[in-house]
Design a protein around this ligand. Sequence first.
Ligand code: AMP
Ligand code: MG
Length: 268
Amino acid sequence: MTTRVKPGQRVRLRDLDPAERGGYDSREDPKAVADLARDLERLCTLQETLMAEGQRGLLVVLQAMDAAGKDGVLRKVAGPLDSRGVSVFSFKAPAGEEAGHDYLWRVHQRCPRKGEVTFFNRSHYEDVLVVRVLDLVPRARWSARYAHISAFEQMLHDEGTQVLKIFLHISKEEQKQRLQERLDVPEKNWKFDPRDLEMRARWDAFQEAYEDAFERTSTEVAPWHIVPADRKWARDLAVARLLVETLEAMNPRYPKPNYDPKKMKIDP
Ligand code: AMP
Ligand code: MG
């Protein structure tokens, strides 16, 4: 189901099926329903423990083509978490103060504090994706960024922030249907952005930019995970699983209280 990209591995997105179901029959498959419920519950407990421990952070990077479901994942998987320990940040084209600094400046500021899980809806990867495809800076500038990004993520890791990078992989056909729905359904019109069509027109260039990013920034400490995303339910299952696995590996612990609970007397 989910492909974990090894350091230096060249993945061909066209060889990975975006409609994969991860061994389940359908959305209604009782096992799919039970597994998602179990993983979301486990996720909530793990996140609470990470928050209570207060020593380390988790940064979840979500990248994808338009309409691939980044917002859906946030609603479904981040939604149930305890908002005291969660933050979500959506990166747009840099503007104002952001545009006056290097490309990692705005990103570093939004990284999780200790005990927190932060979701990035888009990220520093836009600076080697849209920036590259639309030629927003010269090649020499963006091509140096893969190394900066790997070093930056290594630093985050060394300083206690786990980085989980997820690409939601949809097909061009599925994107067409979802964009069309945004035009056809009045309540969905607000989700449509005419600029999405310009991006779609550069589909192949984006896929290639993604493949290069995976190859050059998948590291031991921060590998890329490619999640088939044509089926929303399978996508949510896969992302919830990745989060559970990542937090389980971090193995957070509730802190010892700085008092003796047995010696505390509560007045009747
Ligand atoms: P959305 O996620 O649909 O709200 O769109 C945000 C837009 O901001 C997308 O078209 C991104 O490509 C664009 N964007 C995000 N980060 C950057 C960046 N560093 N440089 C240029 N455009 C960006
Ligand atoms: Mg959009």
